[in-house]
Design a protein around this ligand. Structure first.
Ligand code: ZN
Length: 162
């Protein structure tokens, strides 16, 4: 089993925190570590969702797939309590925001899409369903009367030692 951290980097303007949550679907492209197969398909993994629950494995997994090439059964889970917010102090730097246990499959590309939560600086407005599909997001904070934004969103993966 491999532990993989998702790192993100962004420039935050008048934003205190940018975060995912247990109902947020992470969209990944994956590679099978057994045969090296990687398809162009996006797969979604959500911490609050469980699949493939049976008598052998009552808890199931956050994500399960059988590799089309080699037939191996692969799965992934969000590691409990590893999901942390990206904050104003992290702006412009890479930070690990969540960690996955990867069994037989590893993420190679991340698509941020929508569902992010944003809290503006100075106790400003809160946004519940922020869309980062374009890698930039701009809004107006009605409470503080200033513009807020997420710019130059980027992501990468790091392998972590247990
Ligand atoms: Zn395979």
């Amino acid at each position: 089993m491999v532990r993989v951290g998702l790192q993100i980097s962004a420039t935050l303007e008048n934003i205190q925190t940018l975060k995912t949550h247990e109902d947020y679907p992470y969209f990944f492209k994956l590679t099978c570590s057994n045969c090296g197969e990687s398809s162009n398909k996006w797969h979604d993994i959500t911490e609050s969702e469980r699949v493939q629950q049976d008598t052998r494995n009552a808890d199931g997994f956050n994500f399960y797939m059988k590799c089309k090439m080699c037939g191996r059964e692969n799965s992934m889970d969000v590691v409990e309590k590893t999901n942390v917010p990206y904050t104003a102090d992290d702006s412009g730097k890479y930070k690990t925001i969540v960690v996955f246990d990867c069994r037989g499959v590893e993420p190679v590309e991340f698509s941020p899409r929508s569902g992010w939560k944003v809290e503006c600086a100075e106790n400003g407005q809160k946004f519940e369903d922020v869309d980062l599909s374009e890698d930039d997001w701009v809004e107006y904070d009605q409470k503080n009367k200033n513009s807020v934004g997420v710019y130059e969103f980027a992501s990468k993966f790091i392998k972590l030692k247990k």
